[in-house]
Ligand binder design. Structure first.
Ligand SMILES: *Cc1c(COP(=O)(O)O)cnc(C)c1O
Length: 416
């Protein structure tokens, strides 16, 4: 390890034209004493909410903060989204909605994934809206409303073609009749009617047209049965961004809020004006030289073609880094060290991953960015969650959401 530690210098490449915040500032580093940290830029989340609002015309934005805000922290992400113009919050599970209420968040919240036997009384008492797609959930919500002496707010979910959740078309009319009975008795009020797209990330896909048509039909059936469908919502991030017909009264956006493109083959974050909010940082744990033909990591799947230097990054699949991003000819993950992109060598381990420092020998402790805002922050060399997704054959949603509890979160920006 003869060469001196390279100065951490900003990248020399020009920031991309049209980058929303091409400041080229140094990326975040882990807090002192931590091997790794996920730093979440709440101003980016607020800004992304504003960008989405701008794309929605008159429709309102529901910020989807399920799965701990896609790994970004549900409560801080929710606050940042509300500050940026979101009017609603959306989660999958009732317990996720209650955690928002416990944190003092009073904005409208919808929880859409019920299972039989949940205690729904706390949700009804805390004014959490609940999705209903079948007689059993209607019955359980109405029972909780009676226990609490309140009227439960429900959103009716209809399947328009994805065959996931939602009442199937054949059972929709019967569900509506049952709903009408409960509305008349005062146990429930219908606040919304909704469905979910299967392929909105492929603009122009025929299934989008078919789902929109099925949705119009389902709404017409509701009105014909005397049920006011309330707020209509069908769009996720890609539909909200790419299809004005899909926006209705409310759009449920998750991934775009966190600054990642829902359809990178259509438009990148930068092209959409979004800034990735999460930066996964670490510090080099070890720096060493190896000769040519050294085998690296489990299975020795990589052999160094020439003498080089290696850096050990203390993050692995136990932290949620995808093992599928292990190196292979022409592929694999990469990290940023001192302004330069450095490829992963060999397999991603549970706790660590080896990167090729290309003959440089920064000191142990040198900050590393596994992924961050990249080009959107004027740092084009910096890998993004999208880059890791491509390296691992998955989607950026999975990369950020799976960063696990072993990685501490730190939130920057925002009003806190
Ligand atoms: C997760 C989810 C969303 C958000 O999807 P994005 O593509 O992240 O915007 C919207 N609606 C439902 C029902 C979801 O499960």
């Amino acid at each position: 390890m003869g060469s001196p530690v390279e100065e951490a210098a900003p990248p020399t490449d020009d920031p991309a034209a049209g980058a929303p915040r091409a400041d080229g500032h140094a990326p975040p580093e882990p807090s002192p004493g931590l091997p790794a940290e996920a730093v979440v830029d709440l101003d980016a989340i607020s800004g992304n909410a504003g960008v989405l609002r701008g794309r929605l015309g008159g429709a309102q934005l529901m910020a989807v903060v399920k799965a701990d805000g896609y790994g970004h922290g549900a409560v801080p992400a929710a606050r940042a989204a509300l500050a940026g113009g979101a009017a609603w919050l959306g989660v999958a599970h009732v317990h996720e909605a209650l955690a928002l209420r416990r944190a003092g968040i009073s904005a409208p919240v919808l929880a859409w994934l019920l299972t039989p036997g949940l205690d729904l009384t706390a949700a009804v008492a805390a004014d959490v809206d609940l999705s209903v797609a079948a007689p059993w959930s209607l019955g359980e919500v109405a029972a909780a409303a009676r226990v609490t002496g309140r009227t439960a707010s429900i959103h009716l979910e209809v399947d328009t073609g994805m065959s996931r959740g939602g009442a199937s078309p054949a059972l929709w009319a019967d569900l509506l009749d049952a709903v009408a009975g409960h509305v008349a008795e005062g146990s429930v009020r219908v606040r919304g009617t909704w469905a979910h797209f299967a392929s909105a990330d492929t603009p122009g896909d025929a299934s989008v047209d078919a789902q929109l048509e099925a949705f119009s039909g389902a709404v017409a059936v509701a009105r014909a049965r005397g049920v006011d469908p309330g707020l209509l919502h069908h769009a996720n991030s890609p539909a909200a961004l790419f299809d004005p017909r899909a926006r209705f009264d409310l759009a449920r956006c998750g991934i775009a809020l966190y600054g990642l493109s829902p359809a990178p083959h259509v438009a990148s974050s930068v092209q959409l004006g979004l800034v990735p909010a999460m930066t996964l940082t670490a510090r080099l744990a070890h720096v060493r030289s190896v000769p040519a033909d050294a085998g690296v990591s489990y299975g020795l799947t990589h052999r160094t073609p020439r003498a080089t230097t290696l850096g050990l990054v203390p993050v692995g699949y136990g932290d949620g880094l995808p093992r599928h991003a292990s190196s292979r000819p022409g592929g694999g993950g990469a990290v940023l060290v001192a302004g330069r992109r450095r490829p992963v060598l060999g397999r991603v381990c549970m706790d660590q991953v080896v990167v090729d420092l290309g003959g440089e020998a920064p000191a142990p402790g040198e900050p590393v960015v596994l992924f961050g805002a990249g080009e959107a922050a004027g740092r084009p060399a910096e890998p993004t969650a999208q880059d890791w997704a491509e390296a691992a054959g998955t989607i950026a949603y999975e990369v950020v959401t799976r960063i696990g509890p072993r990685v501490p979160r730190r939130w920057t920006g925002g009003t806190a």
